[in-house]
Structure formats: C-alpha cells, structure tokens
Design a protein around this ligand. Structure first.
Ligand code: PLP
Length: 377
C-alpha cells in the first residue's frame, strides 16, 4: 500500500461492538476477567490499551518495522533504549544530538555506569575509531537538531552489523514520510511524536520502532516496567494526526524550501542551513537517503543583538521551543533547546549564539516570507 493508505488505515479497524469507524479512546485502567486466568488478552492499563496498540501498529507500518512501542515522551522513548545496555557498557552518540538526549545520557545515565563517546558521525571513520571492546550501542540522529548535519544510514548499519552493535536512529526531523532508517539496515528508529507525527503542538509523546523480535520483546518489557506510557487520549490524537502526515510534510517542505532560498539571498543573513539547498555540504547524501528535506531551516545572522530583535519583531512565527506543528515557530537553540550543552561543546559543532532555528508551519508562504523579511529589517 502507499504511504497515505497505510497512514489512514494501518492498525485500525471499525470497532467490534458498534462499528465506529474511528478507533475509540479506551479510558480504562483495568479489564474484567471472566475467571482466574481467563480474559480477552487485556489485564491492566499500563500493560495493554487498545488505543495505544492501534497507534503502535500504525506507526510501525509507516516506519517499515514489525513493532512499535509508544511512550509518554520522546525522552521516555530514548530512556527505554537504555534498557538494552547495562553498567560497564559503552555507547557511541552523534555529537550534535538534541539537547535533552545529551542531558539524559551525560547527566543521568552516566550515574548508572554507562559510558558515552560523543562523535561527529558525518565521517564514518570517527565512529569506527570510537568502537571499544565494551561498545554495545550506536545512537545517531539525522538530520540533527538544529545543525541539520547528516549521517550515512547504510554506513552506520554496516559498521554496526560488522561489530555486533545495536544501531539506533532518531528520525524525528524527517518523520517516516521522508526517511525510513530500518530500510537501510538500522535496528531501531526512535521519534519524538510530539513533533511531526502528532503535528498539532497539543501532546508530548514518543515511539520506538524495530524489526528485531528480540529487541521488540525487551523494549515492551521495559515499557511496562518503567511505566512511562502515553495516555489513551494522547494516542488517539496522534493516531488522528498520522492520517494527514503526508499532506502536512509536503506543505512543510514546500514552505521551507521557499524560505531557505529567500534567506540565502538576504543581505542580513550570514548563512543558511537546509539539506535541500545545494550549498548544504551533504546535499548529495541527503538526496540519497531522504525522500524530501523537511520543514526545519536554520540560519545565522551577524550577532546576538540581531537575533534578539528578530525574535521581538516576528508576528506570524511564534517564539517557542518545539517544532513540527502546523504553526510556524522560531527558536534560539543556544538559550532554549540546547541550554544544557556546554558552550565549548556546542561551539565545536557550530552551534553559536547567532543561530536561529525555524520550524516552518503550514501557513501561506507569502505571509511567512513577509514576516521574516520585516523582522530582518
Ligand atoms: C523534541 C525532541 C526529542 C525529545 O522528545 P520529547 O517529546 O520532547 O521528550 C528527541 N529528539 C529530537 C530530535 C527532538 O526534536
């Protein structure tokens, strides 16, 4: 089936008791059992919920995986992956990942004896060099937030297979519409469904998808054991949202491309970062492994003073954290999303205080460009 047919139907069927076309929100913490040990497969709300399992099946199909495991946030989903390693193990991570991922690994998980190496995975040799005898897992994000650097999915998958390591990709920025890491041999895909999957800035959620039966079993055990499950209502909203993922992503990208080109020729702009521009140093790799370039555009202006005045002047763009919703947002990564990353470390990968990140929404492109243009004056 095509992407949108799957998005609208996968994991769902008319309700068995009433024929309701839309999967109901099953608001229940527990389920009646007919007699000891006899039940319909549903025992307790943390372990089983039909609205949640419909969402899990839906996104698993979109990500070309056999199973999805949903969580109450993207960070909870990433935390669950730590259930695949133990004290004394070593994990290699893309150096410019989402700030919250950095904080979880470096500030919290190191307390449990897990060791992390931060590597520029744009060059596969850096990854190979970082492998040690206790390395168990490789965690990459591509494109990264907010520098939009790209890691070669086939190369990561093949190095991990050769060295018997679990490979993970955070696919939040592309969504399954533009990129399917499992198709390249990656073991696990993780999403903050807060972003494009839900797409309407009204829930926090996360999901993990895999093709590996053993990993699926372990993560489902972790989901139930850690207990960071999403509410049935949040699952229902996300399930409603994936139905329009394709049309939303097309429009996000249409608008983002126009804005990136506009910024590129603007006098007040020093540089523009967007994988769809031929000036992006990894544009060819982007074309090879992505079916589109997404809706995030980062750019640099002369100095921090100009950043501040830009943020004050925009009217259609809202100054806020997060991304991937229908409305356009603008964010200053250094003081907002990446505040927990030390200055030296973030500057090592080019994240300076004159960088602005746009999450381009679905508004009329003329209004967005006019808004940016007047805020840059
Ligand atoms: C937002 C985000 C996360 C964290 O997800 P939450 O839903 O906020 O917990 C992880 N990775 C990326 C790339 C993100 O943008």
């Amino acid at each position: 089936m095509g992407f949108s047919t799957d998005a609208i139907h996968a994991g769902q069927q008319p309700d068995l008791t009433t024929g309701a076309v839309i999967t109901p929100v099953y608001l229940t913490s527990t389920y009646a059992q007919e007699e000891l040990g006899v039940h319909k497969g549903y025992e307790y709300g943390r372990t089983h919920n039909l609205t949640r399992s419909s969402l899990e099946k839906n996104i698993a199909v979109l990500e070309k995986g056999r199973a999805g495991i949903a969580f109450s946030s993207g960070i909870a989903a990433i935390h669950s992956l730590m259930g695949l390693v133990k004290s004394g193990d070593h994990v290699i991570v893309t150096d410019s990942v989402y700030g919250g991922t950095y904080r979880l690994f470096e500030m919290i998980m190191t307390q449990y004896g897990i060791e992390f190496s931060w590597v520029d995975t744009r060059d596969i040799k850096n990854l190979e060099k970082a492998i040690k005898s206790n390395t168990k897992l490789v965690y990459t994000e591509t494109p990264t937030n907010p520098m939009l650097t790209i890691t070669d999915l086939s190369e990561v998958a093949s190095v991990c297979k050769k060295n018997n390591l679990i490979s993970v990709v955070d696919n939040t920025f592309m969504s399954p519409y533009f990129q399917n890491p499992l198709n390249f041999g990656i073991d696990i895909v993780v999403h903050s469904s807060t972003k494009y999957l839900n797409g309407h800035s009204d829930i926090i959620g996360g999901i993990v998808v895999t093709n590996n039966e053993q990993i699926d079993r372990k993560l489902r055990y972790t989901q139930n054991s850690l207990g960071a499950v999403p509410s049935p209502f949040d699952c229902w909203l996300t399930l409603r949202s994936t139905k329009t993922l394709a049309v939303r992503m097309e429009r996000h990208e249409f608008n983002a491309k126009k804005i990136a080109s506009f910024l590129e020729q603007h006098r007040a702009v020093k540089s523009v970062i967007y994988p769809g521009l031929s000036s992006h140093p990894q544009h060819e790799l982007a074309k090879k492994q992505m079916r589109g370039f997404g809706g995030i555009v980062s750019f640099k202006v002369e100095n921090f003073e100009l950043v501040k005045s830009f943020m004050k002047k925009v009217k259609v763009f809202t100054l806020a954290e997060s991304l991937g919703g229908v409305e356009s947002l603008v964010c200053h990564p250094v003081t907002m999303t990446h505040e927990s990353v030390p200055k030296e470390k973030r500057e090592s990968f080019g994240l300076t205080d004159n960088l602005i990140r746009l999450s381009v929404g679905l508004e009329d492109i003329e209004d967005l460009i006019e808004d940016i243009n007047s805020a840059l004056k």
